[in-house]
Design a binder for this molecule. Sequence first.
Ligand code: HAM
Length: 438
Amino acid sequence: MGQKVQGTEDLFGGYMRAWQRMQDVARELFGAYGFDMIETPAIEQVDTFVHGIGESTDVVRKEMFRVVSGALFGDLLEKGSEAHLKPRQRMAMRPEGTAGVVRAAVENNFVPQGAAPAKLWYAEAMFRGERPQKGRLRQFHQVGVEWLGASDPAADAECIIMLMEYFERLGFKRDDLRLVINSMGDAACRPAYREKVRAFILDHADEMCEDCLERAQINPLRAFDCKNDHCREVMKGAPLAPDNLCEECAAHYAAVKRYLDAAGVAYVEDPTLVRGLDYYTRTVFEVEAVGSGVGAIGGGGRYDGLVELEGGKPTPGLGFAVGFERIALALAAAGVEMGGEEPSCVYVACTGGEAERAAAFEARLALRGAGVRAEADYQGRSLKSQFKQADKLRARLCVVIGGDEVAAGAATLRDMGTHEQVQVPAAELVDAVLARLE
Ligand code: HAM
């Protein structure tokens, strides 16, 4: 028997309906904010992720699933290196959505100079080679937005406000959510800040783990996220990003907070929030469902340098993504059913004669033509077991067609709740069903 790959899941039944609901709510809410849907390919050239997410991030160094065509695979094994592969032959499954959307925006010129911003949202599977555990999968699903061409701090605030509204519409209580924000500076002030953190780690080298010493060389800010308790304790004394912002970044961050305050959105400032992707500048944020034990259910921020890194003209941008599987776990823990039950149906039952079966067939087609979910028996069951099946399928109505009905050119409508029955002419069946379903 085949088995699914570790860290992947099959989506079906209520779980699938929950994923669809996340998309329906996103379409409605994000649409009101002016976002259109986009889908980019699940595989991109490795360079798209290296340029955008950053060569030194865990996502790029350790977690990307690399893809080569079957024809090249043997060759690769034989040569023992990918040095001979052309850039277009080096591919990876997308570990996140932002780099691909920005690549698409550059390639298709979504934001020509001076044009209105591009606002895009997506609902897609992402792939990261992480060690699978609760809420951490190798194939997971994100709903995300990318807003390109907006530098105004009002955009940061509106993005966050929209995210919090999204969580609420999915069934979270505002009080159960913890929104954490920070500002990481920009190309003007971050390099100097990074150097300060690097110097701090090197000053405390004898107290930090091997990983943090490596981080000091390649990505010092990641030391704030070290899993080692002792390193975290030491990092409490490290220089903090908000204390090292240039004037423009400080003003931008203050304005974002003013807008959030004006909208009544509660947040906590965490000066050590750094996020795991290198493209962020200025505002970063994460949301946690308090007590759910699944980690961040969403996160994002501003990335004013990313479009350039992907080969476009300087264009500011920002966005966020939320994780479906973690949201489903957190909502289940809070006792909220996101997917809902299977939709109810109308069951068309008939006795075994050819004329009855033909009339039932016609009735089903007519009902479905009117948008009614119609079910029936396809295994030659008795009328009694057809009724049982109708109950199991939670049918609200049963259309019964027997010899008498065929002779009268009619159908009997049975309300499965009250067990009331009426006979209606076959030609009026659809209207009679629709009237009762309303
Ligand atoms: P991220 O924080 O890496 O950001 O992922 C966003 C969300 O995806 C997380 O908060 C989490 O809920 C979910 N997630 C991440 N990894 C996993 C995993 N292995 N298993 C299950 N769920 C996971 C980004 O991906 C950015 N692209 C967000 C963004 C958009 N920033 C700007 N625009």
